[in-house]
Design a binder for this molecule. Structure first.
Ligand SMILES: NC(=O)c1ccc[n+]([C@@H]2O[C@H](COP(=O)([O-])OP(=O)(O)OC[C@H]3O[C@@H](n4cnc5c(N)ncnc54)[C@H](O)[C@@H]3O)[C@@H](O)[C@H]2O)c1
Length: 339
């Protein structure tokens, strides 16, 4: 049985599975800043990239390990001597749409493999990146989404449901490991992540980038429906802090939401991005695009994060205006440097 579920960062070693990623790169920085003895970024680069971790590559306490979460031997080697494992490796909805079985393998078997590696190497705690997709999508998703809110699937695209269901299974595998061998864990259900080193793999964050690019080209940004539908994002730096605090806290055997300070309507988002891009044409209201995966609720919802404060002492700090400003500054800089 592992010891206390509270894992201090300073002096300890951590492995981030799927670490060459948006969330992984931010969390690695956070753990190193808090004195981690070593951070191992384990990734097969299916989606991750050198660019995502460029800013860390010469850090003396960072080690990059190329490996596949589907190969137990790779994982066993990478997690040896670790106090904590952050399990991020996954296919999100857009990738799940292209390759459902690849996604189900990584999102389910990959999680079990990470748990087995924790057991074999006596890793004290695993933090698992789940998602607000565990509440599903479609018109049934409305109001305050709290941890006990059931899964809605009617009217949603199959890939979004496969993704959400695979995260539900991942969470249950963590609970099972806790019950069977006392594996301490915290599940964080991230809402849509955005921030520096943004990628194009998450449908809602992609919408921010598409809107920004359209405005910069002088084109009218597109708003689907009447623009009143809400989205609830979380800034990547806030999530990095949540991951760190999940290790440090005494919490175990819990699943909590990690969302930004407040939701935003599609129209508000488009107006904010347009303003941050220096102004541009009025938005164009359009219907749905055939063949494209869109994650809609059709109504207003908020992802409650109060439980995360109770469990791990975390609450989000960066609001949309500030987070978008940071994302856009990063994008302008990377465009200017040709990356
Ligand atoms: N980005 C979001 O909006 C969002 C929202 C909710 C939850 N999440 C979850 O957070 C986590 C991180 O998200 P992200 O945006 O940083 O994702 P990402 O796509 O940047 O990262 C996933 C990483 O996993 C790696 N990976 C995939 N298959 C692998 C395999 N077989 N072996 C080893 N590595 C593998 C990829 O190369 C990639 O670097 C994921 O689990 C995702 O489901 C993300």
């Amino acid at each position: 049985m592992p010891g206390t579920p509270a894992v201090p960062i300073a002096g300890n070693r951590f492995c981030i599975v799927g670490g060459a990623s948006l969330v992984g790169s931010a969390t690695a920085g956070e753990l190193l800043d808090h004195g981690a003895a070593e951070v191992v970024l384990f990734d097969n680069f299916a989606f991750g990239s050198d660019a995502a971790i460029e800013h860390l590559k010469d850090h003396p306490r960072l080690r990059l390990v190329r490996g596949d979460v589907m190969r137990m031997a790779d994982l066993l080697r990478a997690t040896e001597g670790m106090a904590g494992v952050l399990q991020l490796a996954a296919y999100m909805t857009l990738s799940m749409d292209r390759d459902p079985w690849g996604g189900l393998d990584v999102n389910i078997r990959g999680v079990q493999n990470a748990l087995e590696a924790c057991r074999a190497n006596k890793v004290a705690k695993m933090v698992f990146a789940s998602s607000n997709a565990t509440y599903g999508y479609g018109p049934g998703v409305a109001g305050d989404l709290v941890e006990g809110t059931p899964f809605h699937s009617a009217g949603a695209p199959p890939a979004a449901i496969l993704y959400g269901a695979s995260k539900i299974i991942g969470e249950q595998l963590c609970r099972d490991a806790y019950r069977k061998w006392g594996q301490d864990y915290v599940v964080l259900r991230y809402s849509t992540v955005y921030g520096e080193r943004q990628h194009y793999r998450a449908a809602n964050a992609l919408y921010i980038i598409e809107t920004y690019d359209a405005v910069k080209r002088g084109e009218a940004p597109q708003v689907f429906g009447d623009g009143s539908e809400t989205k609830h994002f979380v800034y990547v730096g806030d999530l990095a802090r949540a991951n760190r605090m999940a290790f440090e806290s005494a919490a175990t055997d819990v699943a909590v939401n990690a969302s930004g300070p407040a939701p935003i309507t599609t129209l508000e988002l488009v107006k904010l991005v347009t303003q941050l891009a220096g102004g541009g044409p009025e938005p164009r209201f359009v219907g749905s695009e055939p063949g494209k995966v869109r994650l809609t609720s059709g109504g207003a919802f908020r992802i409650a994060h109060e439980e995360a404060f109770r469990a791990i002492g975390w609450k989000p700090e960066v609001d949309m205006a500030e987070g978008l400003r940071r994302l856009i500054t990063w994008r302008e800089r990377s465009n200017a440097s040709g990356r």
